[in-house]
Design a protein. Structure first.
Length: 392
């Protein structure tokens, strides 16, 4: 049986074997082989019968070869626990093992009936549960029939029936436990992979939103400073100072985003929007001051929406005016917070890129919706709506 180890989990601890994991080195194989082989001690009865049972030389030779073949077949079945696709082949092997036990018991005597216990255990260990639930009782029934046919076998039957049934069904339970352990280990590995993918998506989304806004503002101010030189060096110096400030803030934001602590606020994004729109020569119509109380997750989602919308206006719209409204009102579905960003620029077809896709994911996570489409008369309008209380 094999499994998918979880990332970072040790896989080669010397001498340590784990449930549901195939041995990975020679030492682990030896440990498993010894653990399986220790139960062969109960074959002392057939061995003693070979040595002092009064059999002839030919019978001893054939009996010894038969016992060796039985043990090898048994160990092969138990040590190499079969895969689901090998059911037919394993069932054939168990049948051969049962035939060996029957032939040896009928020809050499009642001491060999113990072999049927190993047949039951092998079928429980190597066959799927839906098959072994029938083969274990079948091996026990064959044990009973053989014991009744062997002289003196009835006296041995009572001491072998319970070990055969309990040993066989115990191995059925162990096999089910191993399968469950494998599935749990695979599920843990899958969850870890999904968590890693989600974290990578979060970082990509945050970096896109952070750097897109900051780099757009730096580009605009750099162009503005270039136009001011050489005629207005003092104003150009102020623009360069602003560029330095924006760059430093972008560096802080990126560090916070990578650390997982970045949570933008509406007042901060409104101030940043005013700066970016003014630098781009766009008349900004913004709320004078926002002091509303919103759940933390709701405010964060709307702040990201505001940043993405303003970045798109500055980059792509060619607008002369941009209006931003931020309201809370009651709807039939309950209270909502709504952000609307409208510009009077070009209203081309809206092809969702990384920014709008990431923004939609953010809003969906707090139960919100995003609408981005050309405005009724001219320009473009982005509207983000989040139910109040969804992020609390």
């Amino acid at each position: 049986m094999t499994s998918i180890p979880q990332a970072g989990e040790p896989t080669g601890v010397p001498g340590a074997t784990r449930v549901g994991v195939r041995p990975e080195n020679g030492r682990q194989r030896i440990v498993k082989a010894l653990w399986i082989s220790v139960w062969l001690v109960y074959l002392s009865a057939p061995v003693t019968d070979l040595v002092s049972g009064g059999h002839g030389t030919t019978a001893r030779l054939l009996g010894g070869l038969g016992l060796a073949a039985f043990i090898a077949w048994y160990l092969l079945l138990v040590f190499r626990t079969a895969r689901q696709s090998d059911t037919a082949r394993v069932l054939f092997s168990v049948t051969v093992l049962a035939a060996q036990a029957a032939v040896l018991s009928l020809t050499l005597g009642r001491e060999w009936l113990v072999l049927f216990v190993y047949v039951a255990i092998a079928s429980g260990a190597a066959l799927p549960g839906e098959v072994s639930r029938w083969t274990v009782p079948g091996a026990t029934a064959l044990l009973t029939a053989t014991a009744l046919a062997v002289p003196g076998g009835k006296a041995y039957l009572a001491g072998l029936l319970i070990p055969a049934l309990m040993g066989g069904f115990a191995m059925v339970g162990i096999r089910a436990m191993i399968r469950t352990t494998i599935e749990l280990r695979e599920a843990r590995a899958t969850v870890a992979q999904l968590a890693a993918n989600e974290e990578r998506l979060r970082m990509a989304r945050d970096l896109h939103d952070l750097l897109g806004h900051s780099l757009s503002l730096i580009t605009l101010k750099s162009e503005l400073a270039g136009r001011m030189l050489p005629g207005r060096p003092e104003e150009a110096a102020r623009q360069v100072a602003d560029i330095e400030q924006v760059s430093r803030q972008a560096l802080v934001d990126v560090r916070e985003a990578v650390s997982g602590y970045r949570r933008p606020t509406l007042p901060g994004e409104l101030a940043g929007a005013r700066t970016a729109l003014t630098a781009a020569g766009i008349l900004a119509d913004l709320p004078a001051d926002w002091a509303g109380e919103l759940p933390e997750e709701t405010e964060s989602a709307l702040a990201w929406a505001l940043r993405e919308a303003v970045t798109n206006v500055v980059r792509h719209s060619g607008a002369k005016r941009c209006a931003i409204t931020l309201t809370t009102h009651q709807t039939l579905a309950g209270p909502v917070a709504e952000l609307t960003v409208t510009d009077d620029g070009r209203a081309g077809p809206c092809a969702p890129g990384n920014g709008l896709t990431g923004l939609t994911e953010r809003l969906t996570a707090v139960g919100g919706t995003l609408t981005a489409a050309p405005a009724p008369r001219s320009g473009f309008r982005l509207q983000a709506r989040v139910p109040l209380g969804s992020g609390s």
